[in-house]
Design a protein around this ligand. Structure first.
Ligand code: HPA
Length: 241
């Protein structure tokens, strides 16, 4: 049997239209319930498991997503590869850019960010020098090339707490830190995947200029417009993958 690859869908990708659903599975984990039942199906003939990060009705905000349960659930059904998709703000990259980042800076706090428990010996310190799985990153980039869709190779994803957007000064600081993208869900998702030894890569869709990077304020209508017109490219990349 072919192994399933998991897709964690973000804003704008709460469902995959072309997914031929075979079954849904509710997984209860020691960390509580994932954002939704896992959906098993075929996407262009490839077995995948789909999990909408913000829930099926897109009701779970970034700081309340149960990242521990999500990754644990995927791992517990035998998943070894996870592609995470999210919409982000662009600090050095413009709206509509698609990016497969290669680095992360974590500005989040108070989230369930590890599976390491008190009393576990020896205490586990996972290597996180390169936070994403390089082989899967390359396959995503290759899928983009095959689909004729330009994807930026590399960039630093700055994970903020949300749900509010950032101030212009925060974005200025993040740019000085070396961030190219800003999003609210990239961490602790990637670190938890690493703790579980999952091969994990991320595809970002830039839906707005980050705060202070364009005239005026950030409008949800403009974000929606970018999402509506660009999310199809994300679907095509996943389909190629
Ligand atoms: N900041 C943080 N997260 C985001 C943004 C942003 O500007 N746009 C989409 N997700």
């Amino acid at each position: 049997m072919k192994e399933h690859i998991a897709i964690i869908g973000g804003t704008g990708l709460s469902r995959l239209d072309a997914l031929e659903v075979e079954r849904q599975q509710i997984v209860v984990t020691p960390y509580g319930e994932p954002s939704a039942p896992l959906t098993f199906g075929q996407f262009d003939g490839v077995p995948i498991v789909f999990l909408p990060r913000h829930g099926e009705a897109h009701t779970i905000p970034p700081h309340l997503v149960n990242y521990q349960a999500n990754l644990w659930a995927l791992h517990s059904v035998g998943i070894r590869e996870v592609v995470s998709v999210a919409s982000v703000g662009g600090i050095t990259l413009p709206p509509r850019a698609l990016v497969v980042p290669d680095q992360i800076i974590d500005y989040t706090w108070g989230r369930g960010h590890t599976y390491v428990k008190c009393g576990c010996t020896p205490i586990k310190h996972v290597d996180f020098t390169h936070p994403y799985c390089e082989a899967l990153r390359q396959r995503l980039l290759e899928a983009g090339r095959e689909a004729g869709i330009e994807i930026a190779d590399g960039g630093t994803y700055g994970a903020t707490q949300g749900p509010r957007l950032e101030t212009a000064a925060e974005i200025c600081r993040m740019e000085q830190d070396g961030c190219d993208l800003v999003g609210m869900t990239g961490m602790p998702e990637a670190a938890l995947a690493r703790e579980l030894d999952l091969c994990f890569a991320h595809l970002s869709l830039v839906v707005n200029w980050a705060a202070g990077k364009s005239e005026g304020t950030i409008s949800m209508e403009a974000i929606k417009e970018v999402l509506d017109t660009s999310i199809d490219s994300v679907r095509r990349i996943i389909s190629r993958l």
